[in-house]
Design a binder for this molecule. Sequence first.
Ligand code: SF4
Length: 240
Amino acid sequence: MKTINKKNNQITFTLEADESLANAIRRYVDQIPILAVDEVEISKNDSPLYDETVAHRIGMIPLKMDKTIDEKSVEQLTLVAKKDGVIYSEELKGRVSPVYDKIPITVLKKGQELEILATAKVGKGSTHSKFSPGLMFYRNSVKVKIDKDCPKEVVNVCPQKILVLDNGKVAVIDEEKCDMCEACVDFCKKVGKDSIELIPSKELIITVESFGQISEDEIFKRAIAVLKDDLKEFAKKISK
Ligand code: SF4
């Protein structure tokens, strides 16, 4: 396992794993218990948006999850606003707070008011995307095999800019960035050569992106933990 990139709530790493296992983990990202607003009481809404739209927008705001949050947690947030301008997520106040402060909820004009009591509960992304902690996707990694007679001009066709000239010969850098577009293979074929071969490796390149409730590392670990729990439960049932 090797980390390729880690930035902005996103991690990309290589892992030698079976695709079916990676896909099971990917699907279990939406089985991780996550906190989100589930009920909204709107006592005042002078904004141009319907109550239902305001409620939906609040539901989709990711909330920070500390270690005290468990599957039975219920948290309340209030929003009381009377001002001219955009009402952002930062105006939701409670023991838990939004991950991002500047998610627009609605707009008010001078003299207009918005009063909301929101109740957040823990749920799973498989029932509603507001409970989803993020995304996971993966692709196969390849080895780019380059013959000595490879035409130099091929370095200009790689969209990932990973083909370079090294001492006058074509070489590959950052091989894990190759997305198997085959532009280099096609270019070589057009000039009558078979100089580049893409050889699939056993490794997968996995990317996990967090919406902010829990970290991207935690998403991967917890998806595996929930998958393990379900498999244990399944094994118990079939052994009866
Ligand atoms: S397959 Fe595409 S991305 Fe990979 S080396 Fe060739 S041109 Fe570049």
